[in-house]
Design a protein around this ligand. Structure first.
Ligand code: 0RA
Length: 656
């Protein structure tokens, strides 16, 4: 065999492997990007952006621009070094083609220069390529512009040089494959909040987003084109992140505590502040990934915080009058903190693979926390006193709350089954199929009770607006009747271990909990109150996908014997046109404002029957952002709330 023939065969053999790799991703996309829904779709963008962030982490990139194009494709532009394009001996093709088509090739070339690599699944741009019906990569490097196009992850041409440039960087534009993704429409809000988060986590970089699909109505976008646009840049990193999260809360200290250090070769950055609220609000990140389930870094932080503050409080004699123990929890009431670390080989565990397992991390974060607090307390004796007083207050309130809770649980034991009197339970004993409807008001509750399928659907009417848990003290929450009813109906308890307050979902009696309220402003407010309650006190239940919102129809359209329901204005107009053919306006249109306007049959048909209904599952995209929005919507300050509502009004169902 001649040498060229041998090379040709090696090339072909490699090509087959590449194609097999691409096919593997296309066959089991969920294994690589989590799912093929909205989450997976946005994951594609994060994957590309993560590569640009990697460039920034080694000091070669300062700008990342994300553009949602008019045709629905998406472009990521960075000013990094540009993906290498030189001929790759081993793979017998251009390095660009290798990076874009070989699984896990991303870091192959220059592993040393990348300290750590981001990405929850860390699957690389080749995965994005494999899941795109079309992708074009443009590289500016060594004075030349190079390009290559791909279809379904396969090169459509050789890498070509198309002109000269004086810049460096990479531009990737892709169209998510509609045969793979259930949704292919990018969501501006989801992307913007991730880019904002990345700007805080990587100070100094500018990240921007532009939506070219729709022109801003009043043209106040600052990019000149009148497109919806935001740009994120943080000079102070986590310090600004904490400021941003606590925008609507009142801090009790002068300054935000902040440390950016390295302990045992692990980069650790922490920022924290105490505020007047009662909430613990800690968010942790590993290599820019939000670790919702916590892990060793969180454990290290808690340990460091408790030990250092306790030592200080004891030494200062402020605890001498206290008659009961202080628990770890008490040190975290009203605490907002961000912990961001970098780990070479992170081990992710837990339900959603967002719990850090690396044991070496615990000590590093503990030490960093201890250094931070020791210094701050020494230098700011006034703040130190205020914090300790707050801790003592928390311990006192916790004591009162426990008493109230114990009283409730004892009462439940005395009242037979312990189920709330208002609950209309279902007959099935199988939680997996059972559903609980939380319904606004006794009247709608009555209709729901009549309309439901009592075999697997239970109804719990709630009295108007439930308690705003964002503003209430702990013990008030557990004394509140509606909240007690929700806890007992669900069969969920909170562990007695004050340190962990572990939610016990083992006895959860319904796997679908469905909030059903009127389609008006009051209804949305009640939805928000109930979601806030679940977010603050049963987060795990949301994370496991148990919480839903029912969507009652907005209109009923009637002509003779034909009856149609619809949920959107456009749908209404289409239906009117459709059934109006022949003779118009014998048509009756009814706008539903409340559940009470529907008969039990109608409610079943449109909103409760699993065959026809529309349920919105509540997910937590970004816990930090969700937390900020909840505290803003439910907190005391009016102006930020009004801004938010005005900004989002066009996406909400206004009551007209
Ligand atoms: C492989 C090696 C190098 C950089 C990249 C890939 C790279 C990938 C992407 C994806 C989007 N933007 C990107 N920027 C860079 C190292 C390059 C070198 O050593 O010069």
């Amino acid at each position: 065999m001649s040498e060229t023939e041998e090379k040709r065969r090696e090339y072909l053999a490699d090509s087959i492997q590449v194609l097999e790799g691409i096919e593997a991703v296309r066959k089991r996309p969920a294994m690589y990007i989590g799912d093929v829904g909205e989450k997976g779709l946005h994951h594609l963008v994060y994957e590309v952006v993560d590569n640009s962030i990697d460039e920034a982490m080694v000091g070669h990139c300062s700008r990342i621009d994300v553009i949602i194009n008019e045709d629905g494709s998406l472009t990521v532009i960075d000013d990094g070094r540009g993906i290498p394009v030189d001929y790759h001996e081993k793979e017998k093709r251009s390095a660009l083609e290798v990076v874009m088509t070989v699984l896990h090739a991303g870091g192959k070339f220059d592993k040393q220069s990348y300290k750590v690599s981001g990405g929850l699944h860390g699957v690389g741009v080749s995965c994005v390529n494999a899941l795109s019906s079309y992708l074009i990569a443009e590289v500016h490097r060594d004075g030349e512009i190079y390009m290559q196009e791909y279809r379904h992850g396969r090169p459509a041409e050789k890498v070509k040089s198309t002109g000269k440039t004086d810049k460096t960087g990479t531009i990737i534009t892709f169209v998510p494959d509609p045969t793979i993704f259930a949704v292919t429409e990018f969501n501006y809000e989801i992307l913007a909040s991730r880019l904002r988060e990345l700007a805080f986590l990587n100070k100094g970089i500018t990240l921007s987003i532009t939506d070219k699909r729709e022109q801003e109505e009043n043209g106040n976008g600052n990019n000149g084109g009148g497109y919806r646009h935001e740009s994120f840049h943080s000079q102070e990193g986590l310090r600004e992140f904490v400021k941003f999260l606590d925008m609507t809360r009142d801090s009790i200290t002068d300054d935000i505590m902040h440390i950016d250090t390295e302990k045992n070769d692990i980069p650790v950055e922490i920022a924290l502040q105490y505020n007047t609220s009662f909430k613990e609000n800690i968010h942790t990140y590993v290599n820019n990934i939000c670790t919702i389930e916590g892990g060793t870094h969180l454990a290290g932080f808690r340990r460091g915080l408790t030990r250092t503050l306790k030592n200080y409080a004891e030494k200062s004699g402020l605890l001498s009058k206290l008659k009961f123990d202080i628990s770890g929890d008490d040190f975290r009431e009203g605490l907002t903190a961000i912990i961001a670390i970098k780990v070479q080989e992170p081990q992710f565990e837990g339900q959603t693979k967002t719990k850090l397992g690396n044991s070496e991390v615990m000590g590093a974060v503990d030490q960093a926390t201890s250094t931070l607090l020791t210094n701050y307390l020494e230098e700011n004796p006034k703040d130190a006193r205020t914090i300790v007083q707050k801790v003592v207050q928390a311990a006192t309130a916790r004591h009162a709350a426990r008493k109230a809770r114990e009283l409730v649980q004892r009462k439940n034991l005395l009242s037979g089954s312990g189920l709330p009197g208002k609950l209309a339970d279902c007959s099935s004993q199988d939680p997996a199929t059972n559903e609980l409807f939380l319904v606004e008001g006794d009247s709608a509750g009555g209709t729901a009770k009549q309309g439901r399928d009592r075999r697997f659907q239970a109804v719990l009417p709630l009295r108007g607006k439930i308690l705003n848990v964002e503003k209430a003290m702990q013990h008030k929450i557990f004394e509140n009747d509606e909240i007690k009813n929700i806890f007992t109906a669900l069969g969920v308890t909170i562990g007695t271990d004050e340190d962990t307050k572990q939610l016990n979902l083992e006895k959860l009696r319904y796997h679908k909990i469905i909030i059903m309220t009127d389609a008006d402003v009051d209804g949305s407010h009640i939805d928000t109150l109930i979601m806030t309650f679940f977010f603050r006190h049963m987060l795990e239940l949301i994370q496991k996908g148990h919480l839903y919102i029912a969507a009652p129809p907005l209109y009923l359209i009637k002509k003779g014997k034909t009856i149609r329901y619809c949920w959107k204005e456009e749908e209404r107009d289409r239906i009117i046109e459709e059934i109006g053919k022949g003779s118009t306006s014998g048509i009756q249109i009814q706008r539903y404002k409340g559940l009470g306007e529907m008969s039990a049959e109608q409610l079943w048909e449109t909103t409760m029957n699993p065959e026809n209904r529309l349920l919105k599952q509540i997910t937590i995209e970004s816990a930090a952002e969700a937390d900020r929005i909840f505290s803003m919507l439910m907190g005391d300050e009016v102006p930020p709330r009004r801004d938010f509502i005005e900004k989002h009004a066009k996406y909400a169902n206004l009551d007209i």
